[in-house]
Write a protein of this length. Structure first.
Length: 349
């Protein structure tokens, strides 16, 4: 089996892009195959790869690619989360699919429409710049026509008081792209962008504690990867500073889905990000973000009067780069031959 290693700039790890047509679709049969792939990656010095994009040309007339994301967990080569999404891995999948000629050649102004089969997300990757093995994109996360902003709050409240081992912490629990916990960085004792970006183990542990408290409130597994968490600060006019946690360490920037979720959250009255965005003087629906790994921008298209029942149409994240690195010839699966069993059975006489 041949996979393709690609990376979106700002992602914590590269992504291994695999042809979904060569793999089982159900989790029970897929897990041992992915475990074998992770063993091969570790044996070949690429144990850092924990993101897997399973991709094939879409049979749906409205999409170009069908995409499934799987997150490898650091607790074992047979541990995976099959339920989330990753915007950076979508971009990795797009440049890998372009390299395999599964798409019309990428060109400025072109759009690649991606159907995320395990979450139902619809993503459009608009090409800003195209090169032989890389590209720059604006990524649009589309929402259902009836996506009310207040329905994106995981508890129905713009702010929840989470009981942690160090006391009560205010946080906003929002789900767009992926579910996130947003906390005010100043409430963690971080009063400048430098303090936020250079925060160490103590802040890391505190944020994990807050994330676990949010998972308990939602009655989700505390040892899973969701919800994710990010600290947001307002230290300069017109900008927000953000520090996020990935699996299993600080994120070098912020996940593309995290930027999407933050932009949506900043449009919901009363949330932590919305209060900080107003403090920064940002117009509604527009955010400029600084992270330890660089800057990005996002825009939320919202219709309504700002009363919480507004509709979210899409969120766009700009200035995202991705590049194809190298093929990965997985020798341990050289003779692996997966065939999908037909759902129908022939009639017998």
């Amino acid at each position: 089996m041949i996979g393709y290693i690609a990376r979106a700039m700002g992602a914590p790890t590269p992504t291994l892009v695999l042809d979904q047509r060569q793999l089982p679709k159900d989790d029970a049969r897929l897990r041992p195959v992915l475990s074998t792939i992770r063993e091969w990656l570790e044996e070949n010095g690429r144990g850092d790869i924990l993101k897997f994009a399973l991709v094939e040309p879409s049979g749906h007339p409205m999409f170009d690619l069908d995409y499934r994301f799987v997150q490898g967990l650091p607790t074992g080569v047979d541990r995976f989360d099959f339920h989330g999404n990753c915007g950076h891995s979508i971009l990795a999948a797009v440049v890998a699919a372009d390299g395999q000629a599964w798409l019309p050649r990428l060109a400025p102004g072109g759009r690649v429409r991606v159907r995320v089969v395990n979450t139902g997300d619809q993503v459009v990757c608009e090409v800003d710049e195209a090169r032989r093995r890389s590209g720059s994109f604006t990524v649009h996360f589309l929402q259902d026509a009836a996506a009310r902003l207040d329905d994106l709050l995981l508890t129905g409240s713009p702010v929840d008081q989470l009981l942690t081992s160090t006391g009560v912490q205010a946080a906003s629990l929002v789900s767009i792209g992926n579910p996130y916990v947003f906390v005010d960085a100043s409430a963690l004792g971080l009063h400048s962008a430098r303090e936020l970006f250079e925060a160490g183990e103590e802040t890391f542990s505190l944020m994990l504690d807050i994330r676990a408290a949010a998972a308990e409130l939602l009655q989700w597994p505390t040892d899973g990867i969701f919800p994710k968490i990010a600290a947001v600060g307002c230290y300069a006019p017109g900008r927000l500073a953000v520090r996020a946690i990935s699996v299993p360490k600080w994120h070098p920037s912020i996940a593309l889905t995290g930027t999407t979720c933050l932009a949506g959250a900043a449009s919901i009255p009363g949330t932590v990000p919305e209060r900080l965005a107003r403090q920064a003087g940002l117009p509604r629906g527009v955010i400029e973000i600084d992270t330890p790994g660089g800057s990005t921008a996002a825009t939320a298209s919202v219709a309504g009067r700002g009363d919480g029942v507004d509709l979210l149409h899409w969120v766009s994240v700009s200035r995202k780069l991705a590049q194809l690195d190298e093929p990965a010839c997985i020798a341990s699966l050289k003779n692996y031959d997966y065939k999908e069993e037909p759902a129908w059975q022939p009639l017998t006489v």
